[in-house]
Each structure stands twice: as structure tokens, then as C-alpha cells.
Design a protein around this ligand. Structure first.
Ligand code: DAK
Length: 258
């Protein structure tokens, strides 16, 4: 299927979505967000896909929501149409793992979209920011919430209140990104991580993702209880039997995703 605003390809079990509006630094308009949603639907339905990568260009992951699209809208417009909300939620609702490979600008909605992914691998030229305040608005897709949980109050406040951009190095130090790699190595390193995930049991990866995400939504005691029950459930699977047998027999596990 061809898309107008993204490129979609697969490499083995990895599905890759590349944001592709170079003329606007991959600014996120409704059509692009709908394309991403549709591509994710396709990858989720495809049992051969074990991991998804979301990336942009060397200059910009995404420079935010499309200001040209937002500028003419009134409060009543955005409220009544629930402006760009539906498809945005699609990224954070994806059950398969998604890695954000971020180079260049990840600003506003771009930073928010990267944060909706499961982890971020950043190129050394990456810049993260929530500059909405400069436009007379505030972040609208989790920038005040996810960013604060990921980097803490002081750093989030400085970014949200002043539009200050964080370098890749700072983002790694703050815990926003899992690691920083040279720009030229970004896709190779991200693919290697994705391929590692693809070799594992798909349902276990999905369960593990759900458990980590629970940590952001509930109390510690509830989260640990949820983890315990999910842990117990993994003992009912063929992949648990295969994983442990393979270890004891000193061979590589061949997971059947069951
Ligand atoms: N929207 C539209 N066009 C953009 C854009 C954007 N966000 N960012 C860049 N462009 C366009 C520029 O207008 C320019 O177009 P031409 O003039 O060539 O036609 C082209 O991309 C190249 O940009 P620059 O010439 O500005 O390039 P520079 O290297 O000089 O500067 C920059 C790069 C990233 C620093 C600069 O472009 C910039 O400041 N861009 C705007 C960044 C920004 O303010 N982002 C936040 C937007 S607000 C929600 C979900 C999400 C959101 C809200 C609600 N819901 C679910 C409800 C998100 C809101 C936002 O992201």
C-alpha cells in the first residue's frame, strides 16, 4: 500500500515507518497521522512482524504538529473535531514494540510521538523540545505528562516553560533516550535492537511491554501484583517450555510465539 506522507517497508520481521514530509521537516498533519495509524494497523495484523521502527530524516524526526494546519483553527474547531486526537492515540496503543529512531529535531508533537514509542535510540544530532509555548499554546499530546515522568519536574518545566531544547547527550543523561549513537549508525543500531526483539517470543515481548507501561499508570503495589499474575501466566505457554529447555540443552531457543 502506498502512502502520501510516510514510507513503509519491512526488513525481515521488522516493520519500518519513515515520516516523509521533508519540505516541512516532517511536520505532523492529520493526513500523516492517519497514515501512521494505518501502517501500524497493518503491522499489528501481520504475524510476521515482531517489532516496529518509527523514524524520520537525518534533519528531523518531526518538527511538531503542522502549524499551517493549526493556525486557522478556533477553539470550537479543535474542541468539536477533537483535533487530531484519534489517530495520535494509535501509537501509544500499539501492542507490538515500537522503537523510535530519532535524528535531528523531535519537537512538540514530534517529541511527544517519540515518547509514545517504547524506547528511543537517538542520533548524536538529535534535539528534543516542547516549544509550543512560543506559539502561544501548550503541549497537547502528552508533553506535560510523559516528559515529566521521563525526565523529572525540573527539566520538563524548563523545556515546557521556555521551549529549551535538550541535546541527545542531555536526553540520554536524563533518561529520555535509551542510548545515543552516531548519526550514520542510527538505522543499523536500531535495526539490530529490533531484530533481537524479533527473535524472542512475540507474546512474551507484548506482555513485558504491557507490564512496563503499567508502571506509569498505577501504584507500585498494583503494578507488582499485575506483573506477578502476568509472570504466572507465562508458564502456560509453549515458548516458556521451549526457552527453558533450550537453555538446559545449551541450544538456541526456537520460539513459536505460542
Ligand atoms: N509546521 C509546519 N511547517 C513547519 C514546521 C511545523 N511544525 N516546522 C518546520 N516547518 C517548515 C518551515 O515553515 C519551513 O517551510 P518553508 O518556509 O521552507 O516553506 C520548512 O519546514 C523548514 O523549516 P525552517 O526553515 O524553519 O528550518 P530551520 O532549520 O531554520 O529551523 C526548526 C528548524 C525546527 C527550529 C524550525 O522549523 C521550527 O522552529 N519549527 C517549528 C517547531 C515547533 O514550534 N514545533 C511545535 C509545533 S506545535 C495534539 C497533538 C500534537 C500537538 C498538539 C495537540 N493533540 C493530540 C490534541 C502538537 C503541537 C505542536 O507540535
Amino acid at each position: 500500500m502506498a502512502y502520501d506522507n510516510i514510507l513503509v517497508e519491512t526488513k525481515g520481521g521488522v516493520g519500518i515507518i519513515t515520516l516523509d514530509r521533508p519540505e516541512a521537516l516532517n511536520a505532523l498533519n492529520s493526513a500523516l497521522i492517519a497514515d501512521v495509524g494505518q501502517a501500524l494497523d497493518g503491522f499489528e495484523a501481520d504475524e510476521n512482524i515482531g517489532c516496529i521502527i518509527l523514524t524520520g530524516s537525518a534533519k528531523a524526526f518531526a518538527a511538531g504538529a503542522d502549524i499551517t494546519e493549526m493556525a486557522p483553527k478556533s477553539y470550537m474547531d479543535v474542541y468539536r473535531e477533537d483535533f487530531i486526537t484519534a489517530n495520535w492515540e494509535r501509537v501509544s496503543q500499539c501492542r507490538k514494540p515500537i522503537i523510535a529512531a530519532v535524528a535531528g529535531f523531535a519537537l512538540g508533537g514530534g517529541c511527544e510521538m517519540a515518547m509514545m514509542c517504547d524506547f528511543i535510540i537517538a542520533a548524536d544530532n538529535a534535539k528534543f523540545g516542547q516549544p509550543e509555548i512560543n506559539l502561544g499554546i501548550i503541549p497537547g499530546a502528552g508533553g506535560t505528562q510523559r516528559l515529566t515522568r521521563f525526565v523529572g519536574k525540573s527539566k520538563a518545566m524548563e523545556m515546557v516553560l521556555t521551549g529549551h531544547m535538550m541535546t541527545a547527550e542531555d536526553a540520554e543523561r536524563a533518561g529520555l533516550v535509551s542510548r545515543v549513537v552516531a548519526l550514520d549508525d542510527l538505522m543499523e543500531e536500531t535495526l539490530a535492537a529490533a531484530e533481537k526483539i524479533c527473535k524472542l517470543s512475540q507474546p512474551m515481548v507484548m506482555i513485558a511491554k504491557e507490564c512496563v507501561n503499567r508502571a506509569y499508570e498505577t501504584t507500585l503495589a498494583e503494578g507488582v501484583r499485575f506483573e506477578r499474575r502476568m509472570f504466572h501466566s507465562t508458564f502456560s505457554t509453549e515458548d516458556k517450555a521451549e526457552g527453558m529447555a533450550a537453555f538446559l540443552e545449551k541450544r538456541t531457543a526456537q520460539f513459536k510465539h505460542r
